[in-house]
Design a protein around this ligand. Structure first.
Ligand code: GDP
Ligand code: MN
Length: 344
């Protein structure tokens, strides 16, 4: 009676996805970005790519978060790049600040010891990793939101995607979607697996019967990483891209795990990244079949690509993993994920 085209067609051509349509086919989801004012130009690159390849059809809202107030210039620049709803919010101080039990002298000593770890001496980077691990989904502006797509500044999207990706997650009961899977610097997470084992020892019941612990512990390609990281392969979902269901991060299992890690101090005394933390939690506490490789979303965050073989893609070279040094090709650990879990 409304004269709208039915079902599938509606989803494909985005007919019912007008930005201000309160009854649109959009599900409860948002595009999400933590970003600094100084990164406006790089953020616009990412927003324009994602709008062009996908979001202009679906008009999911954007939420931008920052530990400092956004400037008018930033807001104006971003608003001009999308017709979707856009919000800018501040990260609550208590979510960002260094926890009281972190000792600054000890942190500085750790920086000396681990001086070869990238960003080790940049305290805000540690804060960012901790925030992405255990805080972002607690932001008041996300209180009523279930799914998110994390978008960083200066990333590229290469392929037209014609379906509602969030609806796909919901309809197929997926918790987490990734594009790239790589090995981490083992020095940055030397204590993460031991801390995790300690947690499991007293929280065995949180392990999912269909977990991916074999993937987490597979030493096949990088025996050295496995040893330096004390039993963790360091293979992780590269979290600058994630499409996820925040109910997982909001679960008791993950909250207890995060609190345990936070108390252990490794977000500062080492440089635990949100990517390995998310990956280990997903690998242990979630049903592995609920984790999805978005092979069709062409993506780059320097220096790595996910570039499918499809006429829908342009601007990246099919199958290419890196445009950096050739030795970086061995950082790709997607095959290890597929070996244990399959293509999904
Ligand atoms: P890399 O990808 O690991 O090299 O790290 P990035 O510099 O890209 O940082 C990861 C994400 O966190 C990006 O979205 C940054 O914009 C954001 N970010 C990092 N540090 C800060 C910070 O101090 N403040 C804010 N607001 N965002 C940050
Ligand atoms: Mn980045």
């Amino acid at each position: 009676p409304t004269g709208e085209p039915p079902g599938l067609l509606r989803r494909v051509d985005g007919y019912n996805y007008a930005p201000d349509n309160k009854k649109s086919d959009r599900i409860n989801a948002t595009l999400l970005s933590l970003v600094r004012n100084s990164e406006l130009k790089d953020m616009l690159q990412s927003v324009r790519d994602l709008e062009r390849t996908w979001n202009h059809k679906f008009n999911y809202p954007w939420l931008f978060l920052n530990d400092e107030p956004f400037t008018e210039e930033f807001k104006k620049g971003i608003r001009a790049a999308t017709k979707a709803e856009v919000k800018f919010e501040l990260v609550p101080k208590e979510h960002w600040e260094v926890p009281s039990w972190i000792n600054d002298d000890l942190y500085r000593e750790s920086v000396e010891v681990l001086k070869d770890v990238q960003y080790m001496n940049k305290k805000s980077y540690h804060q960012m990793c901790r925030w992405n691990s255990g805080m972002f989904y607690k932001h008041p502006a996300l209180k009523d939101t279930q799914y998110y797509w994390r978008v960083e500044p200066h990333v590229h999207f290469f392929c037209d995607v014609d379906y509602d990706v969030f609806r796909y997650m919901q309809d197929h009961n997926k918790t987490y979607g990734f594009t790239i899977n790589i090995y981490d610097s083992p020095e940055s997470v030397a204590g993460l697996w031991p801390a995790t084992q300690e947690f499991i020892a007293s929280n065995n019941h949180y392990l999912h019967p269909n977990n991916a612990i074999k993937w987490l512990q597979d030493d096949v390609n990088r025996r050295e990483n496995f040893e330096k990281a004390n039993g963790y392969s360091t293979c992780h979902f590269w979290s600058n891209f994630e499409i996820g269901d925040m109910n997982f991060w909001r679960s008791q299992a993950y909250e207890d795990y995060f609190q345990h890690l936070d108390r252990a101090g490794g977000f500062f005394y080492e440089r635990w990244g949100d990517a390995p933390v998310h990956s280990i939690a997903l690998g242990l506490f979630e049903d592995a079949s609920k984790i999805h490789w978005f092979r069709d979303i062409g993506y780059q965050h320097i220096p790595f690509f996910n570039c499918p073989n499809s006429p829908k893609c342009s601007g990246c070279q099919t199958g290419r993993f890196t445009d950096g040094e050739q030795w970086l090709n061995k950082d790709d650990c997607r095959p290890v994920w597929f070996k244990h879990v399959g293509l999904g």
